[in-house]
Design a protein around this ligand. Structure first.
Ligand SMILES: [Zn+2]
Ligand SMILES: [Zn+2]
Length: 165
């Protein structure tokens, strides 16, 4: 998994208007489709995460990304972009981070590995920017929770209405 940011200025208007997030995502897709050098068939990312916690679909599961910088990296990693940039809206909201988590979990359910990296890991770019990269570094240290065996219920346990004095 590679985490990205937009790399350009992103309007803080996104924070107060989810319609602006959707418009932003459509604009990213349009700009990728207009890129005659890359000849993209769709937006390059698998998913985007907006400040309100929505996971916005791009190429989705099972599709190779075009966002990671070269063919090897595109083959090896999925790509999720947080809708933050280098100016304006630069700090991911907590809701955005959990949407990125949702995207990671979803892709893992469809065969993605456990690795979480920034675009800058292994490629010369500042992407995904300082604030989002700080989260990536934390997220990859956190192991996904393992299912715990159910705790045996004590047959004699009773609810008490107040603590014993
Ligand atoms: Zn990137
Ligand atoms: Zn939104």
């Amino acid at each position: 998994m590679k985490v990205h940011y937009e790399g350009t200025a992103v309007s803080t208007r996104l924070l107060s208007d989810h319609a602006a997030c959707v418009a932003e995502w459509k604009a990213i897709r349009a700009s990728h489709l207009a890129n005659k050098v890359e000849n993209y068939s769709d937006v390059a990312y698998n998913y985007a995460a907006c400040p309100h916690g929505f996971l916005l679909e791009g190429r989705g599961v099972g599709r190779r990304t075009g966002a990671n910088g070269n063919q090897d990296l595109n083959r090896a990693h999925y790509a999720i972009v947080g809708l933050v940039g280098s100016e304006g809206l630069t700090e991911p909201t907590d809701a955005m981070l959990s949407a990125i988590r949702d995207g990671i979990e979803l892709l893992r359910e469809h065969g993605a590995g456990t690795e979480i990296k920034g675009h800058r890991d292994g490629y010369a770019t500042s992407c995904p920017g300082g604030p989002l990269y700080a989260w990536v570094q934390k997220a990859r240290r956190v192991r996904p929770p393992r299912p715990r065996p159910p705790r045996p219920r004590h047959p004699l346990s009773r609810r008490t209405t107040c603590p014993p004095r």
